[in-house]
Write a protein that binds this ligand. Structure first.
Ligand code: BG6
Length: 475
């Protein structure tokens, strides 16, 4: 791993926040950007239930300087964002769009000018539409297209970007695309595609990592996984089996290749239990072995809480329903396991568990089982409906209370020796939510969509600034 020490020595801990291109940039047709799968879906599909899109999003494309200024004034020392593949390569492959390169050069340079270490994701759900037309991630050719695109990014930005992410949440992305069916192309309960999608994404990630290492790039590269730990409901009967199946389903198809450089030993057994078959080649073992991540990014929102589901039907419950939802989330898999419901855990307005202690559980468990050299929390935050006062100011005590608790558990894990050296709050500004449009607000800075995208820091923005100050004062 190159320059690991250089990145962390002078900063000790990276405190920042993160975004993703489609969710904040807007400018969906500006400067020769190509069409994305999400652009197409949001404009054409009846399954776009919110009738919103990312055409303008939070207009980060035109507000990036203002946003980066605010992050710097909030004493953050890093900023996570993603590159839109279709800004760099409008068709996903082939001709480079220099305007796209220029835009990200400007963002990177401005971050560095303001003392923010850029942490750049190459892929955060936004596939170029031309590649969706070729079957998306079910098409193995995309693993090479992605590696080519990654190389272009390393060559153009790698002199200044020292922290990279290949792919954001391959597992959750595949889950929404292939099982819940609320991300394009909206396949439902398609387990064959679920496993294959993740597998191909992991191959793509490994190929990009190998290129990064072969180019001897000056920095570190990792992958981002969601959540990370499984917990069994106490009345689970066949604990060992439920643990094995669900842990593969939720974690190990990602964590093993990413951190250990190989697919889990139980792959065939579990995939066959789902009546599925992974399409692999003889070269894959070597690709994974050559493409281990330098670090793990963890997007930590909650746990995977499961129990047995023996005889009932297979079903999926739509996630992220909103409006004070108490509906069940998750899945039921006949003869395998189901998502369990814990009545003792408080939930947010979207029915998601609020359980900050899982920050500690996931970090310590992953550390014990996979021994990563470095972990960063690449997302953690709170989404809710919010009402500003007459000046647009939001008193988000709820976000502050939850974040404080999550960070208490993060620091506990760190103090006990877990190599966690970064935290990115999701998100700095309000932005588009894939399923909930603009209703659900995650930002520490409010975006007034009715007033020229005006930025108004919330109470949590100032709280986070003071928290960072106290952290460094107490070192
Ligand atoms: C993460 C994604 O899974 O969750 C983000 O990486 C996303 O892109 C975040 O916005 C919150 O999800 P949601 O669906 O509540 O907006």
């Amino acid at each position: 791993m190159h320059k690991f020490a250089d990145i962390f020595d002078d900063k000790d801990f990276l405190w920042g926040s993160g975004t993703a291109a489609y969710q904040c940039e807007g400018a969906w047709k500006a400067d020769s950007k190509g069409l994305g799968e999400w652009d197409y879906f949001n404009h054409h599909s009846p399954l776009n239930i919110n009738h919103t899109d990312g055409d303008e999003a939070s207009d980060f494309y035109h507000h990036y300087q203002e946003d980066i200024d605010l992050l710097a004034a909030g004493h953050q020392n890093t900023f996570r964002f993603s590159i839109a593949w279709d800004r760099i390569l409008p068709n996903g492959t082939g001709k480079i769009n220099q305007n796209g390169i220029d835009f990200y050069n400007n963002v990177i340079d401005y971050c560095l000018q303001k003392g923010l270490e850029p942490n750049v994701s190459l892929f955060h759900y936004d596939l170029p539409y031309q590649l969706a037309l070729q079957g998306g991630w079910l098409n193995r050719k995309l693993t090479d297209y992605f590696a080519d695109y990654a190389k272009i990014c390393f060559e153009n930005f790698g002199d200044r970007v020292k922290i990279w992410v290949t792919i954001n949440e391959p597992r959750y992305y595949s889950y929404c695309v292939n099982i819940v069916g609320n991300y394009p192309p909206n396949r439902r309960l398609d387990f064959q595609s679920y496993f294959q999608y993740q597998y191909n994404l992991m191959l793509a990630s490994a190929k990009a990592i190998k290129i990064f290492h072969n180019l001897n790039m000056d920095g570190i590269i990792g992958i981002v996984h969601d959540n990370g730990n499984v917990e069994l409901a106490p009345d689970t009967k066949d604990k060992a089996r439920v643990q094995k199946l669900s842990d593969f389903f939720y974690n190990r198809e990602i964590l093993c290749p990413a951190l250990l450089g190989k697919m889990p030993d139980e792959t065939t057994e579990v995939v066959q239990a789902f009546n599925c078959l992974l399409y692999q080649t003889d070269q894959d073992e070597q690709i994974f072995a050559d493409g281990k991540a330098d670090y793990l990014g963890l997007n930590l929102y909650n746990r995977q809480y499961v129990t047995d589901w023996s005889t009932g039907e297979t079903a999926v419950f739509h996630n992220n329903q909103g409006k004070q939802s108490t509906a069940k989330e998750g899945i039921r898999l006949q003869g395998l396991f189901e998502s369990a419901f814990d009545p003792d855990v408080p939930r947010n307005q979207w029915g998601r568990e609020e359980l900050p202690r899982v920050m500690y559980t996931a970090l310590t468990e992953i550390n014990q089982r996979y021994h990563p050299q470095l972990i960063m929390i690449t997302e953690n935050g709170h989404g809710g409906y919010e009402t500003p006062d007459e000046n647009g100011y939001v008193n988000d005590d709820k976000r502050i209370a939850l974040t404080k608790d999550f960070l208490k558990y993060l620091l506990q894990a760190k103090n006990e020796g877990v190599p966690v050296h970064g935290y990115y709050h999701w998100s700095p500004i309000d932005l588009y939510s894939w399923i909930n449009g603009y209703e659900k607000r995650y930002g520490m800075i409010r975006v007034d969509y009715n007033d020229h995208f005006r930025r108004i820091p919330k109470k949590s923005y100032y709280w986070y600034r003071d928290f960072i100050d106290q952290y460094f004062a107490g070192r």
